[in-house]
Design a protein around this ligand. Structure first.
Ligand code: UDP
Ligand code: MG
Length: 316
């Protein structure tokens, strides 16, 4: 019997984890798969860990709970999960039941056919705010044009994959992780299926506009050096324009006795070019900062506590 391991990142999900467990167990009850649930408590400040510790007493499936020493973010939680699952298939799924656990059965059935290595659900309809959805679409377009990876609109990390894919994901040990890009970068045959996400069962989303923007910029920086090239090209273009303008002024002064433009033009040019230079230095700074952190080789996460319900044969 094949084993499906679910990686469930949880950050302040006290109202969801128990229900998630019930739904997952119900979905796999009469299926021909063994189920393993790996909950990663990403430094929750509410009762999530306490509820997870109570869940450990349940014996319907294998349960493992890893608790981080602080909030390291969903990407770190996913990586910790990948390091701690041993199922034939691994699926990454949110704890808030927006992604119904029963949908994962279809993914496993597809992987059983051995034609695909990875199955990914993409949001057919976004249930979020229209403006945010538009901004996300622009981001996907930018990412696809600027970087070497191709992202599918609406595809998140709600994916199931086999052990080959899992091992490839584990080989990517970078600190700034952008799963959507990593999945695309490693390749493999992926089947995309549409789904309509449900409303969050309880609690609120952990994302706001600023966090999403930072995550998006970090994603572009992780997978593309195009912003650096754009800075170079626009710097060159600006220099060329400045050179032509200089030439025009000299001709005007020498042959037409026209006075050179004065103070306002000079100030505007200095401010414009100064601002542009700072912007370019900022881009370089972003890359440098990220490179600096990567070279420190710090761990992606720190586990404070780990418990299992004893059904997991391999101890971590
Ligand atoms: N999450 C996490 N660490 C964080 C933020 C989120 O583990 O720092 C988890 C969260 O508990 C949930 C999943 O990531 O299971 C998706 O988060 P959320 O529902 O807030 O994102 P959205 O569905 O709104 O994109
Ligand atoms: Mg959610």
């Amino acid at each position: 019997m094949k084993k499906v391991s679910m990686i469930i990142p949880c950050y302040n999900e006290e109202g969801n984890v128990k229900l998630f467990y019930n739904e997952a167990v119900k979905a796999y009850k009469d299926q021909n798969y063994k189920l393993e649930l790996v909950f990663i408590d990403d430094g929750s400040k509410d009762n999530t860990l306490k509820i997870l510790k109570d869940l450990i007493k349940e014996q319907d499936c294998e349960i493992k709970v890893l608790s981080f020493s602080r909030n390291f973010g969903k990407e770190a939680a996913i990586y910790a999960g990948l390091n701690n699952v041993d199922g034939d298939y691994t699926v990454i799924i949110d704890a808030d039941l927006q992604q119904p656990p029963e949908l994962t059965i279809k993914m496993a059935n597809i992987l059983d056919e051995n034609e695909y290595d990875c199955v990914c659900y993409y949001q057919e309809e976004r249930i979020e705010n229209k403006l945010l959805s538009k901004i996300k679409n622009v981001f996907y377009k930018a990412m696809n044009n600027l970087s070497e990876v191709e992202l599918k609109q609406g595809a998140s990390d709600f994916r199931m994959f086999n052990q080959k894919v899992k091992n490839s994901l584990l080989e990517i040990k970078e600190y700034y992780r952008f799963s959507k890009g990593i999945f695309s970068w490693i390749g493999y045959n992926t089947q995309y299926l549409p789904y309509i996400p449900k409303q969050r069962n309880s609690g609120t989303t952990k994302w706001n506009f600023i966090k999403l923007l930072k995550y998006g910029i970090s994603g572009i920086i992780s997978f593309s050096t195009m912003p650096l090239k754009l800075a170079t090209y626009s710097g060159l273009t600006l220099s060329l324009i400045a050179f032509i303008y200089l030439f025009v002024i000299i001709i005007q002064k020498l042959f037409f006795e026209i006075s050179v433009p004065g103070y306002p033009t000079v100030i505007s040019c200095i401010l414009l070019i100064g601002g542009f230079q700072l912007f370019c230095i900022g881009i370089i700074g972003e890359y440098l900062g990220k490179t600096y952190i990567e070279t420190k080789n710090r761990p992606i996460y720190i586990i404070k506590e780990e418990i299992t319900n004893g059904k997991n044969k391999k101890s971590i």
